[in-house]
Design a binder for this molecule. Sequence first.
Ligand SMILES: [Ca+2]
Ligand SMILES: [Ca+2]
Length: 214
Amino acid sequence: MNRFITFLLLFFLFSTSTRINPSYASQSGPSNPPACNKVTNSGFESGVTGWTIESGQTVPPVISTAHFVSPTNSMQTGIPVGDTNHQSFSEFYQDISIPFSASSATLSFYVYTTSDDTSTSSFSSPPQVGDSWNNPSIPEVDTQYAYIMDTIGNVLERLLWWSASDTNSWTYLEFDLSDYRGETVRILFGSYNDGVGGNTAMWVDDVFLNACEE
Ligand SMILES: [Ca+2]
Ligand SMILES: [Ca+2]
């Protein structure tokens, strides 16, 4: 009987924690910062420390506890479903130096997307390598994105450019940045809302750039 009660208690505790953290990541990724992580405040548990949110944004990114991979924070960009809609970019970044002598350089992060915008038939063409981020072309539809840039905002690489993505779960992504050894790169995440036809948002957590030197 005692064993049965213990089982019930454990079952209850497990069920409760599952309900509290419905968006806890299940995909595989590092559960702890890798040994040579170069990102400051990867999991947003120190608020916005280490990250830049440029002023003047109508919808600036905010620290969120609605979804997370590492408890209990992530960074929210864009506008969650049900909130007041605005035509807006919403983005943040960190400049990170990758050692010249690194044997490898791997960027990894999780993103969680929501959108109730269904007007996605005209897919916006993404900013291209060499474009300046300081004069962005306005996307035609709600968009979530992540880019590698230099520290003055020239596009070096597109990591993702999604049209009103609505995964409602965490997606783990990994990119080889070994071509940028010896450089300082800007890792930028954001969401664009066109202000009509539904809201689009993206949460980001556990941004690691692992670059061990030989
Ligand atoms: Ca976190
Ligand atoms: Ca929209």
